[in-house]
Design a protein around this ligand. Structure first.
Ligand SMILES: [Ca+2]
Ligand SMILES: [Ca+2]
Length: 223
């Protein structure tokens, strides 16, 4: 009985993986490990491995400006994602009075960096959603290694140039002068699976369930 349930689960996972492969973008849910993420300083010049625990990644103050840094699968030419979203779940045990002034995420291309000011995280996980578009007025354009809260808003052309050659993606883990304790989960660069893909997934699961049911009725139970 357990074997059949495992078979159904494996087939469902295979179908889900297929949907993920069809959708543009990249994602990390940290189900079994840190998925290649590291912990970096703000300029992205130094990094250490990210700690993994219970399906999320976690860090304390590893650098003067600590952030979670995405692995290679989040980098490259994402021009097709203009107008889509970057979303993630973030929590921080506590922030200080400056916390809300810090950037929340950044997308860099060489020394051109888009900083997104989506607010500070809460002591419990909450979801942040940034539009990959100059229409999202929380983006500021700056260089490496500083926090240009008052920087210029990017033009659409500037945004698309950076999105066309992403060399780093970082989620901030530094929201106070004292010791931080930040956790990150469910990072998704790009669209969630489209309705058409979900319909295909539902159809695929229906086929799997039908087949497993038939197998179950054809084979006598061994108890
Ligand atoms: Ca997770
Ligand atoms: Ca700190």
């Amino acid at each position: 009985m357990n074997t059949k349930k495992h078979t159904l689960g494996a087939l469902a996972l295979a179908l889900l993986s297929g949907v993920g492969a069809q959708a543009a973008g990249a994602g990390s849910t940290f189900d079994v490990n840190a998925d290649g993420w590291s912990v970096s300083d703000l300029p992205g010049t130094s990094s250490v491995s990210a700690s993994w625990e219970a399906g999320v990644i976690r860090t304390d103050d590893q650098f003067a400006e600590t952030s979670f840094r995405a692995p290679a699968k989040f980098l490259g030419n994402w021009s097709s994602l203009y107008g889509s979203t970057l979303s993630f779940d973030l929590t921080e045990v506590s922030i200080d009075s400056n916390g809300a002034d810090y950037y929340t995420a950044l997308i860099g291309s060489g020394d051109q960096v888009l900083y997104w000011y989506g607010g500070a995280p809460l002591p419990t996980f909450s979801t942040f959603v940034a539009s990959l578009s100059a229409a999202d007025t929380r983006w500021r354009l700056g260089g490496t290694g500083f926090n240009p809260a008052s920087g210029a808003a990017p033009t659409e052309a500037q945004f698309q140039t950076i999105l066309g050659n992403v060399t780093r993606l970082q989620i901030n883990a530094e929201f106070k002068t004292g010791p931080d304790d930040s956790r990150l989960d469910n990072v998704l660069l790009g669209p969630v699976p489209e309705p058409a893909s979900l319909v295909l997934l539902a159809l695929g699961l229906g086929v799997v369930i039908t087949r497993v049911s038939k197998t179950r009725t054809q084979r006598p139970s061994k108890g």
